[in-house]
Write a protein that binds this ligand. Sequence first.
Ligand code: C2O
Length: 478
Amino acid sequence: MSNLDDRMWATMPSRRSFLQRMGLGVGVLGAGLFGGLALPESVLAVCEPPGNPGTPKPWRKDCRMILPRRPASTLSAAEITQLKDAYKAMRALDSSAPNDPRGFLRQANVHCWYCGEGTQVHFSWQFFAWHRAYLYFHERILGKLIGDMNFRLPYWDWDTPSHRKLPGAYTDPNDNSNPLWNGTRNMDPTDEIPEEDVGEDVMEAALTADTFTEFGGTASGSGIPEGTPHGAVHVDVGGDMGFFDSAGKDPVFYAHHANVDKMWSDWNKASSIHTNPTVTTFLNLTWNFYDENKVWRSIKASQVLNHDTQLRYTYGPSKFLEQLPCLLDWFPIKTDWRVSQTLKFAGQTRAKMMKVVEQGGRARLHLNELAVPTDKSAVYRLYATPEAAKADEGPGSKGYLGTVPVVLNDRERRHLSKNARNIAVRLSTAKLEALSGTVGPVRLALVERGVKPEARKVIPVRAKDVLLSVAEVEREER
Ligand code: C2O
């Protein structure tokens, strides 16, 4: 990495050294999170759960009606008022009862705690299940605070091209008289999430992943959508949303994650082979949350897998599900990346991939265990050549492949995860042609988006492995 300062690449202080700095042994925290531990002031002040919760009561069941979560931009005036009232009541607790775990800042701190400071649910198979559980308790608390357990969280359907602005309720009025507003956002009410972060190619690459490992990750690595679209939207909204320790302080976080949760739901629906992990190490993952009555609960991954029957909400239709091509299995195509750190894209590989795509099938490029700069929260663009990266002409330009977001833990530039980052991008015909047009081996490169030409730093891709894959389209009549 000649053009990068080593500090930027330093992997995170490991969990061990972090805990040692905090004066805690690994075993202590691992054994019983929050079990009345005397944590150092610095952590307490940051985001430790309030009180001494003791032994959690297991969550058992929910008897609410099964009701839809709806797109935030289609809420009626009355529903918007209700949503605002709910967050207003939650925010009121911050001053009237600062230790009430249902208060808005306390809720935001749950994310902070689970996303680095106390434990880490990102970049692994905990990602989808943990956030689902978190939103579930959050939704029930909001419902309780307005005396209506039929309240359901809205979702920000940024995958719908006409809904890429912040949903209106969250910006109207765009000041602190609006309980859904957050003054730190970089995004203005008229800005839109870029197509390259949430568009069809991105959604398709995730929703057609045929194993949970690819979609939702493993015990130690992320699935495809955790980066783009999920992380990219965090960076695009910016401000508090741009860092895990503060993201929950922006009410739009919960609408964003409801849509991320819907992606999981849609992925499950997209094919009968899209099944969740069945190993007990996954099913028994257990997390603790305060419920709407301030009762400290434990809930397991196995209890959130069916949101309709277990958690009592549904999602509206997805246009992607209707449009998804019916693909046969994905075939991985090995490359010699591990040997040469470059990709030869010629001869048979090229011919085979072109043919599949021409016949309506799909091709992807996978970057496994991708290393990224961790000096800032940012969106990087992936290009087929350093020259294309330097020019950074964006989507549709020659050599452009996709985006790679980096969301840091906090503004102190910490990146509290050692887990692997795995990404995949769809290779359209144009992208395949750009790869083929490259003379010699492909030298993949990243460049931060939105940086002026003179300040642009081209970053050669460093990844444990780079693979290609193809899936032919099902030919039977449908
Ligand atoms: Cu726990 Cu979108 O982050």
